[in-house]
Design a protein around this ligand. Structure first.
Ligand code: EPU
Length: 421
């Protein structure tokens, strides 16, 4: 399937933000830690989440849809110690299944996780392996495969040499089942980590400090089941906000999210002159007089999210002046700007981590292929503001993270269709 987009239709109306992909993906692996039922609310119905559910089923759980966006997970029967290669290949967060398997089964075998190709080569998992080793795991690596064993994991003092979201979440979760206390230092502080800790604590875990650089976890014997409501997707909210700002054609209300999770974006909006109004759980973007350029550097939370860099780069093609975009988290995330250049943008790549965008420039429709999730959604924004028709192929990448995006964009007035290849 492809998207066919006719650009420059005025956008106006309301759009509700779905549950956070990167929160949902961490909740399903946690189900491995309990034999009790878990009910999860506000689950985004996206491809990566379907893969996480398939992984749980392959490992012996039942995942039932109760109604829209509500799922129940129940343990049925332990099946394997192997994480299925065909699923591990599809999404990076599959690495979240490793710790819980090791902690509950004493061993786990898996291949190197897949996901967006945005890092140098395959995105590394050294922080996970080093930390599991510190907790007493033995690691055997053969080619692309890992075999981890541990009779009983023990608490450890772990300093992450890099700030990593998933490594923080993985070790925080795994340490719940280790003997004694674990202290994690130089942790990531994303709201999804706080949500995960709150959920684990509600099931009986003893985690303190999530949302700060130091997290302390005291090991426990068992976790209860429970209920968890996934927090709204701040990246999706920010993406819609930048679409509305870049299209600058009408009033768009983005609702059902927490604006406090996007302070770094509002600070940029203040500088570039976006006309926006925040409320408790929404933002209204109205037409702006003139957008001016502003440099942006991606940073761990609460800094400017790397996952928002691509829509921001598209927005900067519509602003007056030059902006330097500095991507500090993922090595290959700026490469997609070459596609924006093909659409008419004036972008100079200084090195793989930095581009200069000179604007404003009109963009023109082209035949494109989505390289990955966030670049893909940025190309949709570019196509929506471009003159003429654009086709975007490889939309699986986009649907890994955005639920019914075409439907929701049509409701705002966009001309976007799904067509056969
Ligand atoms: N890193 C290592 N070694 C590791 C782990 C990470 O060197 O063992 C490096 C990475 O290569 C990267 C940096 O550390 O340069 C930070 O990566 P991090 O581990 O924080 O990324 P992640 O946990 O794999 C999550 C999100 C990403 C988001 C990043 C940064 C999930 C499933 N993914 O990835 O989201 O970009 O944090 O905020 O939570 C997306 O949604 O499109 C996406 C890529």
């Amino acid at each position: 399937m492809k998207f066919l987009i006719e650009g420059r239709k005025p956008l106006k109306g309301e759009v509700a933000v779905a549950g956070s992909k990167n929160a949902a993906l961490k909740i399903f692996p946690v189900a491995l830690l309990t034999r009790k039922a878990i009910r999860v609310f506000n689950v985004p119905e996206i491809e990566d989440v379907f893969r996480a559910q398939e992984m749980l089923v392959a490992l012996g759980h039942e995942v039932k849809k109760i109604k829209n966006r509500i799922f129940e997970i129940k343990f049925k029967k332990q099946k394997y110690f192997d994480l299925p290669v065909n699923l591990v290949n599809k999404f990076r967060a599959s690495v979240m299944f490793v710790g819980p398997m090791l902690a509950t089964c004493g061993q786990v075998r898996f291949s190197h996780p897949g996901g967006c190709v945005i890092g140098a080569g395959a995105r590394p998992i050294d922080l996970f392996l080093d930390s599991f080793q510190k907790m007493g795991a033995k690691i055997n690596i053969s080619g692309n495969y890992y075999h981890l064993t541990a009779k009983k994991l023990k608490g450890a003092n772990i300093f992450f040499s890099k700030i990593s979201v998933t490594a923080t979440e993985s070790l925080m979760t795994t340490a719940c089942f280790a003997c004694g206390e674990t202290i994690l230092k130089n942790c990531a502080m994303e709201p999804e980590i706080v949500g995960l800790a709150q959920y684990l604590n509600s099931c009986g875990a003893k985690i303190k400090g999530a949302g700060t650089p130091t997290i302390k976890i005291t090991g426990i014997k068992k976790l209860k089941g429970g209920e968890y409501k996934i927090i709204p997707d701040r990246i999706e909210a920010g993406t819609f906000a930048m679409l509305a700002a870049a299209s600058n054609s009408g009033e768009v209300l983005i609702k059902n999210f927490n604006p406090a999770h996007l302070e770094s974006l509002w600070a940029l909006f203040d500088k570039i002159g976006v006309n926006y109004e925040l409320d408790k759980s929404s933002v209204k973007i109205s037409r702006s007089k003139k957008l001016v350029s502003c440099d942006a550097t991606t940073h761990e939370y609460p800094g400017f999210a790397t996952d928002l860099q691509s829509p921001y780069s598209v927005l900067m093609t519509q602003a007056y002046g030059s902006s330097l975009i500095h991507e500090t988290i993922h090595d290959r995330r700026l490469l997609f700007t070459d596609i924006l250049t093909q659409m008419g943008a004036n972008i100079i790549m200084a090195d793989p981590h930095r581009v200069v965008i000179n604007g404003p420039t009109p963009l023109y429709g082209r035949q494109l292929v989505s390289p990955d999730l966030r670049a893909g959604v940025a190309l949709i924004i570019a196509a929506l503001i471009a003159f003429g028709k654009t086709t975007i192929d490889n939309i699986y990448q986009i649907e890994r993270g955005y639920e019914k995006l075409d439907e929701r964009l049509r409701a705002l007035g966009a001309d976007i269709k799904r067509i056969d290849n």
